[in-house]
Design a protein around this ligand. Structure first.
Ligand code: ACO
Length: 322
């Protein structure tokens, strides 16, 4: 059997940085509240002219360069996003064309909000294990700023834009040991953008914005992330002490700390970027991964747990040896 191994990582952040102080001018909030409740200090925001595919392309090119593969070796492109450029084609198809991939291999988007990257990684892993792909580009990319109500302090302070990518190659050993994906669709009311193409829009300004009951989402996230971590370790006969790194979805420093505590991991073994990126939804895990690979923290042969939780609810994890 073949395994999927990460051959390269990449990321991209829009140039514009929005500090918490700027948000103080827009809504009734404070730098202190945002830092204490979330750990966020700043986030990057895409220019009006920059789309999700632009961010995805920049991250993908970095990952492809590190993996040292030719673009026409890529036989599957998966983009995890909630903020596609347009209704269709998918960002994955747009990206395939931008990168000059002309081998007619499949390309599609995965929509699982903040769990999107682990979902996409799980799908890619299945393709490789089944022998249906050998070199897969997996991207998490978002322009979440486009679906925020900048007058709603409950949500607008939390999110940012960005993209992260990995190139997976078929290999004789792990790589990805296993992925564990879950959803429970009964909680739509707690976290959603309730309007859209088929339901229509409530008014002519087409206001399709994130709405969240934060504290309820918080409780659910902590509990499900802890469950899926246990499930992943058990499935692989691993112990918490076998983990070199935790690379979690970056929504809230308190959620990250709670998850690390449950895994008995010190914060030195946890990759944290939420202070600089905010919550970039599907982009947050591959962005954090790329930061820690490029600054030399995550080294070849080390084992890490990736995990994410998002709207749906959706959640999942991947146990990966780099
Ligand atoms: N500035 C100042 N005060 C605020 C702000 C703000 N930006 N936002 C909310 N408040 C107020 C609230 O109105 C509330 O005031 P009240 O007590 O007078 O009603 C008070 O702060 C406390 O609100 P809580 O919601 O209880 O605060 P909490 O400690 O839970 O923190 C937060 C809120 C940061 C949103 C937290 O609940 C959280 O991180 N939730 C999970 C987010 C998450 O993981 N989402 C999943 C992924 S996202 C996705 O999939 C799209």
């Amino acid at each position: 059997m073949k395994y999927a191994r990460i051959a390269g990582t990449g990321s991209y952040l829009p140039k514009r940085v929005m500090e918490n102080a700027e948000l103080e001018q827009m809504v009734d909030t404070s730098d202190q509240w945002i830092r204490e409740r979330t750990g966020i200090e700043r986030r990057h925001i895409a220019d009006d002219s920059e789309t999700t595919c632009d961010l995805a392309e920049a991250a993908a090119r970095n990952a492809i360069e590190m993996a040292d593969v030719s673009v026409n070796d890529i036989d599957l492109v998966i983009v995890a996003t909630t903020t596609a450029d347009c209704v269709f084609p998918s960002v994955a198809c747009l990206l395939q064309s931008r990168l000059g991939i002309t081998n007619a291999s499949p390309a599609f988007d995965v929509q699982a909000v903040c769990a999107g990257f682990v979902y996409a990684l799980g799908v890619a892993d299945s393709f490789i294990k089944a022998g249906n792909a050998k070199t897969v580009l997996v991207v998490g990319a978002e322009t979440f700023s486009r679906i925020l109500n900048w007058q709603d302090r409950n949500t607008c302070v939390l999110f940012g834009d960005g993209a992260g990518a990995v190139v997976l190659k078929a290999s004789d050993g792990p790589g990805i040991h296993s992925t564990h994906l879950h959803a429970d669709g009964r909680y739509e009311e707690l976290l959603h953008v309730p309007e859209g193409v088929s339901r229509g829009y409530a008014d002519m300004q087409q206001q399709a914005y994130v709405q969240m009951r934060g504290s309820e989402v918080f409780r659910m996230a902590v509990s499900k992330l802890s469950e899926v971590a246990d499930e992943t370790l058990k499935a692989n006969n691993f112990d918490e002490s076998d983990l070199d790194w935790l690379v979690p979805h970056q929504a809230n420093l308190r959620i990250i700390k709670a998850t690390a505590r449950k895994l008995s991991m010190t914060m030195e073994k946890v990759v944290v970027t939420v202070q600089d990126h905010g919550n970039t939804s599907a982009a947050s895990i591959p962005l954090a991964l790329d930061v820690a690979v490029r600054d030399g923290r995550i080294k070849t042969g080390e084992t890490m747990l990736l995990e994410g939780f998002g709207g749906g609810f959706t959640w999942g994890s991947a146990l990966v040896t780099f």
